[in-house]
Design a protein around this ligand. Structure first.
Ligand SMILES: [Zn+2]
Length: 297
């Protein structure tokens, strides 16, 4: 886990085991909590093995805890570090410890968010290139236009569009021919049962024969995403990102930006899926299949 610098502005070192803690130059064990003041939390650790709490009245073995910076109550000696188990910090230092934990999380996340933002800003041109590749080289623009034309202008019968939209939402891609039971079959079954068949039982007698599957049906509801994401939303986000000065942003802005850039990859993947659906949907044989079987869609 990362350790904060004393002023909380950098992630200085990493620790991964108890020895890393106990061998730190300023580390002290058997610390009398009444004689010290908590300055700040430097790290929140989770170890594989148990180790002792650094407080003299505790020594509780634990795996999760905090590396903390302390100073003596009398203020005469230098700052030093010790470690405190997850529970005892709160039990002993109470509200102060909750506040310190909150501060630590804010300080640490501020650094992490800012780093990831700086990283993303360095990659703005790569992201822009990715938008361009998806539109042109990967054929996003053309696939969008083909699906739009098929739905809005020609290709797919108007009456089918809402049925296809429903199928897109349900992920229902297989088309079945429905062969209702003959009167003779129904009579036979009713005489066997000795009563009239219910609607459900009648439906069970109906045969369903698969005619085939619709390819890329999700394109019907999603194709506009290609345009909205690649032509509007993502370029706008990248322009904004390009203008940002992460060093001037405060915690809440850093946090919301971190989320926006964290979503970037999944947004690109969504658009990729969408382009793939559009390509598969707009293949001539698929459109022909849909029109040829329109009464069963
Ligand atoms: Zn303890």
């Amino acid at each position: 886990m990362d350790i904060l610098s004393d002023d909380g502005t950098q992630l200085a070192e990493r620790i991964s085991n108890w020895e890393d803690i106990f061998s730190r130059p300023r580390y002290q064990k058997d610390v009398d909590h009444d004689a010290v003041q908590l300055v700040r939390i430097l790290g929140h650790y989770t170890m594989e093995e148990v180790g002792s709490c650094g407080l003299s009245n505790c020594h509780q073995p634990h795996k999760k805890g905090f590396l903390v910076l302390c100073k003596p109550q009398n203020g005469l000696a230098n700052h030093f570090e010790t470690n405190i188990g997850n529970q005892c910090g709160k039990n002993i230092f109470g509200v102060t410890f909750d506040e310190q934990t909150k501060n630590y999380n804010i300080e640490r996340n501020t650094i992490l968010y800012r780093d990831s933002l700086v990283d993303a800003i360095c990659k703005v041109d790569d992201f822009r290139q990715r938008v361009h590749v998806l539109l042109k080289d990967e054929g996003g623009e053309a696939a969008y236009a083909r699906v739009r034309n098929a739905i809005k202008i020609r290709g797919i019968d108007r009456s089918l569009v809402s049925k296809l939209e429903r199928r897109a939402k349900n992920g229902d891609v297989e088309v079945f021919l429905r062969i209702a039971a003959t009167k003779r079959d129904i009579d036979l079954e009713e005489s066997r049962m000795g009563r009239k068949l219910s609607a459900e039982e009648l439906e069970d007698l109906t045969q369903h024969e698969s005619l085939g599957r619709i390819s890329g049906v999700r394109a019907v509801t999603n194709y506009e995403k290609i345009k909205s994401e690649l032509k509007v939303e993502l370029p706008q986000l990248l322009d904004e990102l390009d203008e940002l000065k992460p060093e001037e942003l405060l915690y809440n802005d850093l946090k919301s930006w971190s989320k926006r850039i964290g979503d970037l990859d999944s947004r690109f993947r969504e658009v990729e899926k969408c382009i793939d659906d559009c390509k598969r949907f707009s293949v001539a044989s698929n459109i022909e299949f849909i029109n040829a079987n329109k009464e069963w869609i």
